[in-house]
Write a protein that binds this ligand. Sequence first.
Ligand code: PLP
Length: 368
Amino acid sequence: MGSSHSALNFGAGPAKLPREVLAEVQTELLSYQDSGMSLMEMSHRGKEYTKINNDAQKAIRELLNVPDNYKVLFMQGGGTGAFAAVALNLMNRTGVADYAVTGTWSSKAAKEAAKYGKVNLVFPKADKPGSIPPESSWTLNPDASYVYYCDNETVDGVEFPFIPTSPHGVPIVSDMSSSIMTKKIDISKFGCIVAGAQKNIGPAGVTVVIIREDLLGNPMKICPTVFDFTVISQQNSVHNTPATFSVYVMEKVLQWIKKNGGLQAMENQSQDKSKLLYEEMENSNNFYSCPIDENCRSRINVPFRVGGPQGNEELEAKFLEEAEKLKMFQLKGHRLVGGIRASLYNAVTRDEVALLVKFMKEFRAQFS
Ligand SMILES: *Cc1c(COP(=O)(O)O)cnc(C)c1O
């Protein structure tokens, strides 16, 4: 198995997967359940994949307590594909939609949606992400087809501390690519949830869509078939070849989450892990600083600057270099934001975060 001391992976996505899951995949890779074939080589309509497809849907339903009047779909095109798919499937009712832009991904989603209809920003886009205006100040359009927000801005480290609501009964749509399965959520508050798997629940290649049934059936005429929620739902996510291997690994990750205490355990653990980091920042006299308002700091992606609130790029480069010596990888902040970012997805353990914090203390002692 190569080096036994594996890397500490704080990457933002694709991201760390549970070792147990990868080891299981390894044992099955050449011969899936004594078939003499790899799952990768099997038909998406065969009995093996059909079971995986159904088991994965069932696990998502159980973990998230998905009500009966919602469908669970597996699609391709990533989170970015979903930006278009949401508009193409849901904007047809009125041709307009409300967007809460709180960072990089919701900004891209709003831009994509504007290709297909009228986008109304419910508050002005900030120059620098870092806060979420109070809901009472949002200008919601009663005619909007939906209200869109990104639950956790992966690049910027801004996480919604609440689920937006619409006084007009407009469906709420959320991009949960980086926060799905890290906390309990009430699915009944949503019209639609989209999530690329490669942050918390699997490898790249599959996008999970959870959608209320009454929102199906009204795609735009120009909606590509592979992005058509109604078609994908009617065909149980095998209208065309899905990312079978990605769904297979995702199914194992979902079972791993169940075995490890489900979403309550994931939520407790993520609170705990992020607290370790934010506490070190607080104790650091601004040597480490997080630019995000305290009420919306992400539990999942923690960005910070080193050497003062504006960041000292030399020190940050040194920080990354020293971290890599300790096998702590993928800590570089997003190229648009700079600085450092630690991503604490479900597979990242508390012990690993404690090691990172220990290193941060030592680095601070040496360089502050
Ligand atoms: C990663 C990410 C995306 C983009 O996903 P792709 O699969 O790269 O298209 C969109 N939204 C959020 C919140 C993400 O974290």
